[in-house]
Design a protein around this ligand. Structure first.
Ligand SMILES: Nc1ncnc2c1ncn2[C@@H]1O[C@H](COP(=O)(O)OP(=O)(O)OP(=O)(O)O)[C@@H](O)[C@H]1O
Ligand SMILES: [Mg+2]
Length: 588
């Protein structure tokens, strides 16, 4: 049987719908048994006892009613199954999204985004057949045959036992299959997810692939992955077919044995003609639910592997997420105030922070001790790979430090509810993904109740009104996926407008490495200068001019903090900053 423990918790999302689906399955068997039983009685009365037709008619009416009832029950069962799958899939999707949000970009980075996408999309879809067809049928195939076999044993022990043995042999042969097939289902999913991830990577990296003239290599890899998936598909089908054939043979043999036993019983006088008829007609009903379960095998096969992939995401260790309403220290000016918030900016403190990226041999940060005063702008500078982004990611809780703590207003951020914490940080960079299909959609994410006047105000403060003016439908112009229609500098100004709107008091600025044209650069710099007012800012600086505008500069090298001080003090000290400036390696 293709059952995984987590499936039970999925089904628990809609216990009534599950019970309804199972009940309908059992009721179908009951209706068919009633139909066959009344037919057997009718045949017995009409042909064997040669009773008047009037005595047979009621039985035929019962048989017809049972047939009609079966149809009705099947419809109700289908409705219950549909409700079950809608509920379960909805809940699983919601749990996956919540898990991915809590796991955050740090976790997603380590995974293949394509695999996660395959799981969240097709994986959840694959669960549909598993949850709404396979699992309920598994329950029906356990309950109905058991009851019928017991009835059979009461009616005629030899035939009942024979049917029982055949019915038990069918599922008992399963563990063998499950071991074989279980692995295959995993291999099938593996092949599918790999291909899916590869396709997505290739699509996302198309410009790079073209540049490197590597599309041919990628195509060959994709062809290999496709071949592997085809093989897995084929072997899955073959196994399914063999299993179904074996089941049919077992059922056929069981039916033959019961029929022969009934015949012998009739000849020897052990049972009467009615009992013989009931046995011969009824034996099919013992096996029907089991055969139906076999026909759902494919749904079970795909669903089980998908459920395991979903499990991996749901079960991944998450950063501490406290219950809603956990305390956020006073004065942080969290979103509530929106763009009119009275900001002071919180104090930030990195306390002996060390961190190594998962799977990486070298530490990205070692024993960082750094204080940022409320409202201060601190520029981080250092060579590529020095750990600037990592430090900022720790502040955003993409990751938690291996050692040490990050404090905001004296509170360890690991003890603050994750969403509250992330709400009070605004990130401005050229890589900011514009979510939502239009600029309005994206802005409203930061403040759903913002009115047009407020949106125009923040766009004005972000020097982004000209960006909007250049679009055919203004802020309602469709932007394409991730804001593809906008340039880096334009996206950056939309990010600044979003930051104004959210009122987040802590600002992370990732300066663009590529130069903007003079006018755009001036616009962005002006908007950023306004945005920094009243906020505590951590700025990743790539240019001397930007770093020089900060209150203090922190120089990182190979994950260590070399020096911190005001731009003038550091330039004068002749220390590492002066070296880096002289060597022109920091400010590329
Ligand atoms: N996801 C990751 N997995 C493993 N190692 C990583 C990961 N991200 C960064 N690193 C490593 O951590 C170190 C610090 O990287 P980080 O991105 O913080 O540098 P940076 O100072 O931001 O560099 P740049 O100026 O090039 O952006 C580097 O050695 C890098 O190779
Ligand atoms: Mg970086």
């Amino acid at each position: 049987m293709l059952v995984i423990p987590r499936a039970v918790t999925y089904v628990a999302a809609a216990p009534l719908a599950f019970a309804g689906t199972v009940l309908a399955g059992v009721a179908v068997v009951a209706a068919r048994v009633t139909l066959l039983g009344s037919l057997a009685l009718a045949i017995d009365r009409a042909l064997i006892q040669a009773r008047p037709f009037a005595e047979v008619t009621p039985l035929l009416v019962v048989a017809s009613a049972a047939g009609l009832a079966e149809l009705g029950i099947r419809v109700l069962g289908a409705l219950a199954a549909a409700r079950l799958s809608t509920r379960v899939l909805g809940q699983v999707r919601a749990r996956l999204v919540a898990a991915l949000v809590e796991l955050g970009p740090g976790w997603l980075r380590g995974q293949r985004a394509g695999r996660v996408q395959a799981t969240v999309g097709d994986g959840v879809e694959a669960l549909q057949g598993y949850v709404s067809a396979y699992l309920p049928q598994l329950a029906v195939a356990t309950i109905a045959p058991t009851v019928l076999v017991l009835l059979g044993i009461v009616i005629d022990p030899p035939a009942g036992l024979a049917a029982g043995i055949a019915a038990v042999l069918l599922p008992l042969s399963k563990p063998l299959w499950t071991r074989l097939v279980g692995d295959r289902s995993r291999a099938h999913w593996e092949a599918y997810a790999t291909l899916s991830a590869r396709m997505q990577e290739a699509l996302a990296g198309m410009p790079t692939l073209r540049l490197l003239d590597a599309t041919g290599d990628r195509r060959a890899e994709i062809a290999r992955d496709t071949e592997r998936l085809k093989r897995e598909n084929r072997s899955g089908l073959a196994i399914s077919l063999i299993a179904y054939c074996l089941a049919t043979v077992a059922v056929g043999l069981g039916t033959v044995v019961v029929t022969v036993l009934a015949g012998l019983g009739l000849v020897s006088g052990r049972i009467g003609p009615l009992t013989a008829l009931v046995l011969v007609l009824g034996v099919a009903e013992v096996f029907r639910p089991l055969l139906e379960l076999e026909s759902f095998w494919s749904a079970g096969f795909r669903g089980r592997a998908a459920a395991e992939a979903i499990d991996e995401i749901l079960g991944a260790p998450r950063p501490l997420v406290m219950s809603a309403g956990s305390e956020v220290s006073a004065g942080s000016g969290v979103v509530s105030g929106g763009c009119s918030a009275s900001l002071g900016g919180p104090a930030v403190r990195f306390e002996r922070v060390s961190f190594t990226h998962p799977g990486s041999a070298a530490a990205a940060l070692v024993g960082i001790d750094l204080d940022i005063a409320p409202g201060e702008t601190l520029a981080l500078v250092g060579r590529s790979g020095a750990g600037k982004s990592t430090l900022v990611h720790l502040l955003q809780r993409w990751y938690d430090p291996d050692q040490g703590r990050v404090l905001v207003n004296g509170q360890d951020i690991a003890t603050i509810e994750l969403t509250d914490h992330r709400h009070r940080i605004a990130v401005v960079s050229q890589d900011v993904h514009l979510l939502g299909s239009t600029i309005r959609d994206h802005l409203l994410l930061a403040r759903p109740d913002a009115e047009d006047a407020m949106l125009l105000d923040v766009l004005h403060r972000a020097r982004a009104l000209d960006v909007v003016a250049g679009l055919p439908d203004g802020i309602d112009t469709p932007l394409g996926e991730r804001g593809a229609r906008l340039s880096g500098g334009e996206r950056q100004r939309i990010a600044i407008a979003t930051a104004f709107l959210s009122g987040a008091p802590l600002l992370v600025l990732d300066e663009a490495t590529s130069a903007l044209d003079g006018r755009t650069e001036a616009a962005v710099m002006g908007a950023v200068a306004d945005l920094r007012q009243g906020r505590t800012t951590l700025l990743i600086a790539h240019r001397l001019s930007t770093a020089a505008g900060a209150d203090r500069i922190a120089v990182l090298e190979a994950g260590r903090l070399l020096e911190v001080g005001t731009p003038t003090a550091l330039a004068r000290s002749g220390g590492r900053l002066a070296d880096l400036v002289a060597a022109q390696v920091v400010f590329a």
